[in-house]
Design a protein around this ligand. Structure first.
Ligand SMILES: NC(=O)c1ccc[n+]([C@@H]2O[C@H](COP(=O)([O-])OP(=O)(O)OC[C@H]3O[C@@H](n4cnc5c(N)ncnc54)[C@H](O)[C@@H]3O)[C@@H](O)[C@H]2O)c1
Length: 271
């Protein structure tokens, strides 16, 4: 069901680790819709080798970049422009990692060295990418940048821990940079707040299966899948959403607007 929505557009996709990754699904959809892409991930993630399979399907080069390294980001943007023979039209930031969660440290017992790394990878990295692109003038006018977030930035989801703080910062950076890039180059920047989705990053959160089934029962449309998230992202990269910027957009089947659903109420009555 392709409509050439991204015909002639060129973009960079961060964060495709394996075929479950939201970035992986999005890369496939962007190419189906006529885009040319460059894939990137951290050098350590690339050693798994999976990304090469995606690169082959998408006929895309892979350029390694650790999002905490300015040098890597500058190299990525410069090489991508060389590859495309011009500027970029879209960027997907689909990157997140919490060291405290990974090491089993609870929110009331954070190791702040880990927290700084979490913030750097999961939030500040968006600023690094945008600032580098801004200085290199790497994005075409009306270009579009999307970063992925989660509703724990607005409400407490206990096990999401420090990632909630990282997502709040990420959403704030999208809004703040969206202003400056909008004024300068009409580049739009938004975050998509996605339903819980079974991926490597998602499954790292304790009690994740509980998140998924609770959200499924709460959402009138059910949980949004990674493929549906990819479709929504394509629409934000397309020219049909040119005036949408600085927004946090819920892609969650209605979860964020539901207080309690009949399914959850009935479940509670059983207890
Ligand atoms: N899975 C969910 O339930 C869910 C829900 C809402 C939002 N999100 C967000 O979606 C995004 C993508 O996650 P996903 O669920 O597809 O999981 P994923 O594990 O497939 O993707 C996370 C990616 O971040 C990359 N990464 C980590 N550290 C990096 C670094 N230093 N430099 C460059 N890349 C690095 C990983 O290699 C991986 O490719 C994340 O921002 C995540 O927080 C996920």
């Amino acid at each position: 069901m392709a409509h050439n929505l991204l015909k002639g557009k060129k973009g960079i996709i961060f964060g495709a680790l394996d075929e479950k990754s939201i970035a992986w699904r999005t890369a496939l959809r962007c190419v189906e819709e006529g885009a040319e892409i460059v894939l990137t991930n951290a050098p350590v993630a690339m050693r798994m080798g999976e990304i090469n399979k995606l690169a082959e399907i998408c006929k895309a080069p892979v350029i390694a970049a650790d999002v905490t390294s300015m040098e890597d980001i500058e190299n990525l943007l410069t090489k991508s422009m060389e590859h495309f023979g011009g500027k970029i039209d879209f960027i997907l930031h689909s990157v997140g990692m919490s060291l405290n969660i990974r090491k089993g440290r609870s929110y009331t017992d954070l190791d702040y060295n880990f927290t700084q790394k979490t913030m750097d990878i999961s939030a500040l990295s968006l600023h690094r990418v945008l600032q580098t692109a801004y200085k290199l003038d790497a994005i075409n006018e009306w270009g579009s940048v999307v970063a992925l977030t989660y509703i724990a930035a607005q409400r407490v989801f206990t096990h999401y821990s420090e990632m909630a703080d990282a997502k709040s910062l990420l959403e704030s950076i999208a809004r703040s940079f969206g202003y400056h890039y909008g004024v300068k180059k009409k580049v739009r920047i938004n975050t998509i707040s996605q339903s819980p989705t079974k991926t490597t990053a998602g499954s790292g959160v304790k009690g994740f299966d509980g998140f998924v089934s609770y959200a499924e029962k709460m959402s009138p449309l059910g949980n949004a899948t990674a493929d549906e998230c990819a479709d929504y992202t394509v629409s934000l990269f397309s020219d049909y959403t040119k005036m949408v910027t600085m927004q946090n957009l819920y892609h969650d089947g209605g979860f964020s607007s539901t207080g309690i659903s009949t399914a959850v109420a009935e479940q509670m009555e059983k207890e």
